[in-house]
Write a protein that binds this ligand. Structure first.
Ligand code: FAD
Length: 677
């Protein structure tokens, strides 16, 4: 039956949605180190429209780190303000009751942006292709059929304990009629919605006559990014726990014709009796409407999908918006969903098979969290997996994936339960304040939830890779040395000035994702002898064969590929020279992006980095930033023993003995006393 010889791969990914595409892109940065990756998706084609569209600030920071934020900013539609519309207590008429900024001002350099999921996936995949030298691209029309794990091999991380059988589908089988849209070209998302049972979704892909070839793939690791009805999750026997409400919502993406004035704003509208709408202005003049439908389903039951059509959704929208009119030039996409909040019992098995994205957590889409959290799951997982699979880090590091992300998923589910209940409820009226939703509370939940919704409230607990308070790992940070950079939270940018070129740069643009840890060295004012001496001592350590850089960097990699020191001093820029800095660990000859100054720039003001980060100019600090841009450790310049202890918990000493100290010849300025006049 077309079975072929097994093929070997380091990491197999099932599903090329946002979680799978992010996994592919992050892992592509390890392909230069020999990591092999295959991505399977049962669909024949990429997503063209619909589905998720909200990118929060944290995701945009990640895209900056990956290097393609400019594409997203060019294509997407930025959101600036949320308007709340509610029934007037006296007349019942819809009135605008409040406005708040959509993203909390000052939180991030990037504000929530709308771009449909298909374009987000495409950007990730193009980037993965580029960084893997053309080797990582999704293999479509591939349906996995069986999964087995040889448990006797799971502790040997060089082995391939996972066996996957994958069937090659024909074009027809992987592009069911449900995908193709109606006679007017309106595409439906119902086939991917929670209105479908797993069995119904599976039935779309019934294998036919032509699907003959079955391939056996043996993998070291497997990531199940196969969405809410995750096949991988079901193979592991892992359950989804949680509840469904009886609320049903419809979604319409359309180019509207309306006299409603806030159609290009994000709006939360509660009508007196007809239900609620959320408006999301999208790219290309499209607008998304989330509309509460006058249908209820019993929890656990499935709705008759024929009741959810573009016309039925539009009809309800008109009633909610009345007396404003609503027509359209064109409808792009529609779907319906049944609100529920569900969380998986476990994020994988044996730290060899991992689940990520909707496979782990599902909830209502209105807070715009699903795509973001899904990508952030594999953003968290894959630098760890890439490091372990290429022998740089110890397998213990993998456990921190589920430890860190399970907490995030639980918080998401709790937030969404509260948020969607307030959104779906009928507003309390002036005469009956005990019944219904308090619209002030709704606005407050929205405003306080904003930090969470922006992806900024994550604070990873102490672990081997978060040296916070030593409760689970071996190291306790000296948090007071960088009091405004909490260990476990995402590292944020401050402007600094490049010592070599005098250009003002955001610090995060200097530490893009490469898989490396960053040692951000803040030596203070190095025009003062004490600070200069302290920096020299650190440099001597970093250049020694015993340092974390020398121990954990294999000799065949560039010296700073694994742990990369970047220095930000606070002396007067013009009072010090590049060649005043110790070589090669602090100033590396011919690499001019190693030394930065905290101070005024010619054109962009003063970033005040020391002040922003709460670092004293006298004491200084070293801030260890993880590859995913979370702060892992804060110590003093003399605390090299703490650096040793931190990295020893999860890094693997290089098999070739590591970097043999300072190999680089120093470049020195001319010795004027010996230059003939
Ligand atoms: P998916 O996007 O579901 O991707 C799974 C992939 O796996 C698919 O490509 C599928 O074809 C493939 N697959 C599935 N099963 C198999 C199998 N057995 N074999 C091979 N391949 C398989 N989130 C936001 O952040 N912001 C929003 O504004 C937002 N709006 C939404 C609006 C709607 C109407 C909906 C339905 C969802 C919305 N979401 C939103 C949620 C978001 O779409 C999901 O959370 C997100 O897509 C999850 O990503 P994922 O990669 O985990 O799974």
């Amino acid at each position: 039956n077309g079975h072929s010889q097994p093929s070997l791969v380091d990491v197999a990914i099932i599903g090329a949605g946002p979680a799978g595409c992010m996994a592919a892109d992050v892992l592509s940065r390890f392909s230069a180190r020999g990591l092999t990756v295959r991505v399977f998706d049962k669909r024949s084609a990429k997503l063209d429209n619909g589905q998720a569209d909200g990118l929060n600030s944290r995701t945009l920071e990640i895209f900056e780190s990956l290097g393609f934020i400019e594409n997203i900013e060019k294509e997407g539609s930025r959101m600036s303000e949320i308007n709340f519309w509610n029934p007037c207590h006296e007349t019942g008429r819809l009135i605008r009751t409040a406005k708040i900024p959509d993203t909390i001002p000052g939180l991030s350099r990037f504000q929530q942006t709308i771009l449909h999921q298909g374009r987000v996936e495409a950007n990730l995949l193009e980037d993965a292709l580029k960084h893997s030298n053309g080797t990582i691209a999704p293999e479509r029309s591939m349906l996995p059929e069986s999964l087995s794990i040889d448990e006797s091999l799971v502790t040997d991380h060089d082995s391939h304990p996972i066996t996957l059988q994958v069937r090659h589908l024909s074009e027809d089988e992987s592009n069911p009629d449900a995908y193709k849209g109606d006679e007017k070209g309106v595409r439906s998302g119902l086939f991917r919605s929670s209105l479908l049972s797993a069995a119904e979704e599976e039935a779309l892909y019934k294998k036919g006559e032509k699907a003959q070839r079955v391939e056996t793939v043996k993998a070291r690791y497997l990531i199940g990014c196969d969405g809410a009805h995750s096949w991988t999750r079901r193979q592991l026997g892992v359950k989804m726990l949680g509840d469904q409400t009886n609320f049903v919502w419809g979604v319409l993406d359309l180019v509207p014709r309306t006299n409603f004035p806030d159609i290009r704003m994000r709006c939360a509208i509660h009508s007196a009796n007809a239900g609620s709408i959320m408006i999301i202005p999208q790219e290309r003049d499209l607008v998304r409407l989330y509309i509460q439908l006058p249908i209820q389903v019993k929890p656990g039951a499935y709705l008759d999908k024929s009741k959810v059509t573009p016309d039925s959704i539009l009809d309800t929208a008109r009633k909610i918006l009345h007396p404003y009119t609503l027509d359209y030039e064109h409808i792009d996409w529609f779907t319906g969903y049944h609100i529920g909040q569900r969380l998986t019992e476990s994020f994988g098995a044996h730290n060899r098979v991992f689940l990520a994205g909707d496979a782990c957590h599902t909830h209502s889409p209105k807070a715009g969290q699903g795509m973001n959290t899904s990508m952030q799951d594999t953003w968290n997982l894959c630098w760890k997996l890439g490091s372990v699979a290429t022998g740089l880090a110890k397998p213990e590091l993998l456990q921190t994936y589920s430890d860190e992300r399970q907490v995030v998923a639980k918080t998401l589910i709790d937030f969404d339960t509260k948020f969607s209940k307030l959104f779906s409820g009928k507003p309390a009226s002036a005469t009956d304040v005990d019944e219904g939703v308090d619209l002030k509370e709704f606005k407050d939940v929205f405003a306080t939830g904003n930090l969470f919704a922006a992806g900024m409230s994550i604070n990873y607990a102490d672990s081997i890779v978060v040296g916070k308070d030593g409760s689970r790992g071996a190291v306790t940070s000296k948090q007071h040395l960088a009091s405004k950079l909490p260990v476990g939270e995402r590292f944020y940018s401050a402007q600094v000035v490049n010592q070599a070129s005098a250009t003002a740069d955001e610090l995060t643009t200097r530490i893009p994702f490469t898989g490396a840890f960053r040692l951000l060295v803040f030596p203070g004012d190095i025009s003062k002898p004490a600070a200069k001496e302290r920096l020299q001592k650190l440099a001597d350590y970093l250049d020694s064969p015993e340092s974390v850089v020398s121990k954990y960097t294999p000799g065949d990699l560039p010296r700073w590929a694994v742990i990369d020191p970047v220095t930000i001093h606070c002396a007067e820029r013009t009072e010090v020279e590049l060649y005043d800095f110790p070589q090669p660990s602090i100033f590396h000859p011919h690499n001019y992006k190693r030394i930065y100054c905290d101070g005024p720039s010619h054109h962009r003001g003063d970033g005040k980095a020391y002040e922003t980060y709460g670092i004293s100019k006298e004491e200084g600090a070293i801030v260890v930033v993880r590859p995913d841009q979370y702060t892992g450790l804060v110590v003093g310049l003399e605390d090299t023993d703490m650096l040793d202890a931190y990295f020893a918990q999860f890094m693997q000493p290089a098999k070739d003995g590591g970097y043999p100290g300072a190999k680089v010849t120093k470049v020195l300025p001319p010795d004027w006393s010996k230059v003939a006049h």
